[in-house]
Design a protein around this ligand. Sequence first.
Ligand code: AMP
Length: 221
Amino acid sequence: MYIIFLGAPGAGKGTQAANVARELNLAHVATGDLFRQAMEAETELGTQVGAHVARGTLVPDELTIRVVLERLAAPDCARGVILDGFPRTQAQAKALDRALAEQFKSIDRVIYIKITEAELLRRLSQRWVCRNCQAPYNIVNSPSESEGKCDKCGGELYQRPDDTPQAVKKRLEVYFSETAPLIDYYTAAGKLVEIDGEGGIDKVSRRIMAVIREESRARRA
Ligand code: AMP
């Protein structure tokens, strides 16, 4: 199964994609996490992407596509993948379609999480993430149990530098100009399902799992 999570920064893609991946025992491939881990580890990829991530602009397509296709070839992706934060441009979406078609595979569903811009801004300003495993927390609605530490791995929590008001503004501009057109792309392909992203994490999870269970039933039928 190949499922894409689409939505603006702050829509809750990361949290929801991780839940679904755990529930279905599929690999969770999040390009933002891959890039931040490379930056933390100061690898060559980290150096190449660092300035883009800090500014809130997109990493060039060619590099992003190469990183994702390499990741998709790993053994843990063989059963299927939850893609989170990729594709973000038409070029990436087309490259993904081509790469899957070469293996006689295709995207099953695109889960588009929709929330208002006011809610996006509120969530991004309250988001802290684990420096080690990238797990996201909301310091108001879902803080970690011990302050400043990740519940999952004990790593240090920090506020992403691209969650500053200036970088957030840029990321939203980029989202609306580059990524939002993918809503039409996947609607035309008959793959897109819109999910109301407002409400608590569990409520949104239930909406998403209902769609995915329906998809699994249809595949088995
Ligand atoms: P995210 O954690 O998904 O919000 O991504 C953080 C940053 O990583 C983005 O603002 C971009 O700079 C970069 N990035 C993540 N995914 C992509 C992608 N598919 N294409 C280009 N840049 C990306």
